[in-house]
Design a protein around this ligand. Sequence first.
Ligand SMILES: Nc1ncnc2c1ncn2[C@@H]1O[C@H](COP(=O)(O)OP(=O)(O)OP(=O)(O)O)[C@@H](O)[C@H]1O
Length: 284
Amino acid sequence: MSALSTIGLSKRYGDRRGIEDCTVKLPEGKVVALVGANGAGKSTFLALAAGLVEPSSGAVRVFGDKVRGRIHPDAAYLSQRRPLYGTFTVAEMVRAAAKMNRRWSQERVEEALAAFGGLDVGTRVDSLSPGMRSKLALALCLGRLPRLLMLDEPLADLDPLARDETIRLVMADVADRGMTVVISSHLLGELREVCDHLLLLQGGGVELDGDVDELLEEHRDLVGPADAGPPEAGTVVHVRKSGRQQRLLVRDPGALAPGWESQQLDLESLVTGYLRADRVRAGA
Ligand SMILES: Nc1ncnc2c1ncn2[C@@H]1O[C@H](COP(=O)(O)OP(=O)(O)OP(=O)(O)O)[C@@H](O)[C@H]1O
């Protein structure tokens, strides 16, 4: 079964497009990197999946159940706003979250807070730094023992050590409980080590949706003379020319013509190539 699936999912904000006609099936037990340029629709996608926003059309399912106006009981969602009660202390916030959730592991929350360190439980939430708020909000999400964890830019406010700790905590639940994770982030270097699946949104639509290793295998950077024609096979995603050389990002390039050299891509260069191509299209 798919952990999270959408069919023809669209959301419009007046005449603005949030996301448009997204159909995806995200596999269970995997870590999905949700990426795209600013405004591509990542937060909208996650808010729809969490039931916080009503679709304009189409549907979202979590573990096969249609999402209708509230979060699925087996899911947890860390929104970019990190909603917490400002006047509560950290300890009061944890107690409030425990009361609000039928399934709750105090042990897991405490483990997470201890792993981050430096978060005094007597501190008022509104005096925490943005990074500390992120840590507390993530610990509360883990306390729900979700089968599906959706994280909207969880690493954005964190120092390098806390990013590493966040990834470790999340991956422990992936390994121990088979939790599925959908994580939106611009920090592709950090995600590469842990993500199995890539969902790339562009202009509200799905540009790439697939297994990371397979996508990296299918794509190549081809380097060749600037005056050479395009390869006979494959789809050219993006072309960059500099001096006497050109560099093409190509999907399924097939056999190479003489003079061309093929280079493997990493996740960051694959995504960056698609983002560049999109910018060229938008400017065209
Ligand atoms: N509440 C809203 N009202 C109006 N427009 C919105 C609202 N939320 C999102 N949008 C629009 O929907 C589009 C997608 O926004 P969204 O925040 O989902 O993108 P994103 O990929 O998460 O961006 P970022 O990387 O900057 O966080 C943008 O054009 C944005 O302006």
